[in-house]
Design a protein around this ligand. Structure first.
Ligand code: ADP
Length: 259
């Protein structure tokens, strides 16, 4: 039988082996939650055991996107037990812990404490946790970086300059803390015609790719503005869970993560 020290070492090693991938953006509404959910599902489809943490404490949207709105997680041995979703990715969200419509007006330390409970939950066999962070560079992001040491960060931006300037700030925060930037995803890049699927570029595209080049970080790919992505997300069936063309961009995104 292993001694208590060996058990402790094994437990510590187990904890370190679970990789945290932060998904961040400089500002809200750029599709960070949409990318987090679809990336988690697409990674699970490649055979990884993936969990999703809705750390967007001030605006939790994952229960709706993942199709389990209104369900509350329970705690066992003072640890939260993630909720199963129909898409093979267990989820913990602040959305499940507060009454619907109730404002989450917490100060930094409370938000940070809540995030700790979501991350240090009973994740079982999950080897990868995708963290959907709140937008910006505030308390929750800082605590997450300092306490939970993510293995890397994916930055979501739209092609517009304003979103990119904000994204650069988020990138700077991770780089200063020594968290590798896995790359930038350009979301809402071009408009996919709902009739023929052709992608046009009313606002231009390639801004995030150019910014990635300038900042010397990898560009992971672009996802068009596609009404089917919005309706599928609202219906609790993210496109990456299906076999349609809309999900393909997310599946290809997940395929890029070698480690
Ligand atoms: P954030 O987490 O950055 O605030 P969300 O993921 O909640 O952004 O997205 C904001 C809104 O835009 C949601 O209604 C979502 O369904 C929609 N959306 C996100 N990405 C796309 C896309 N590529 N095409 C169409 N709608 C999108």
């Amino acid at each position: 039988l292993p001694g208590i020290d060996e058990i402790r070492i094994a437990r510590t090693a187990q904890r370190i082996e679970r990789k945290l991938i932060a998904v961040a953006s400089g500002k809200g509404g750029v599709g960070k939650s949409t990318v987090s959910a679809n990336l988690a599902i697409a990674l699970a489809r490649t055979g990884r055991r993936v969990g999703l943490v809705d750390a967007d404490i001030y605006g939790p949207s994952q229960p709706k996107i993942m199709g389990i709105e209104g369900r509350k997680p329970e705690a066992h041995d003072s640890k939260l037990v993630p909720l199963a979703t129909p898409h093979g990715v267990p989820l913990l969200s602040m959305g499940g812990l507060v009454a619907e419509g109730q404002a989450i007006a917490w100060r930094g330390p409370m938000a940070a404490g809540a995030l700790g409970q979501l991350v240090d939950a009973n994740w079982g066999a999950a080897d990868t946790l995708i963290l959907d962070l709140p937008p910006g560079t505030g308390d929750v992001q800082l605590t997450m970086i300092q306490k939970h040491r993510p293995a890397g960060a994916v930055i979501v931006s739209t092609p517009q300059d304003l979103a990119l300037i904000d994204a650069a700030r988020a990138i700077d925060l991770f780089q200063k803390a020594g968290v590798p930037i896995i790359g930038i995803v350009e979301n809402m890049s071009g408009y996919a015609c709902p009739h023929c699927g052709e992608v046009s570029d009313p606002f231009g595209q390639g801004g995030a790719e150019a910014a990635a080049g300038k900042l010397g970080i990898p560009f992971l790919g672009r996802i068009p503005l596609d009404i089917a992505i919005r309706t599928a997300s609202d219906a609790g069936t993210p496109p990456a869970a299906g076999n349609g063309a809309e999900g393909a961009a997310f599946i290809s995104l997940a395929g890029q993560g070698k480690d």
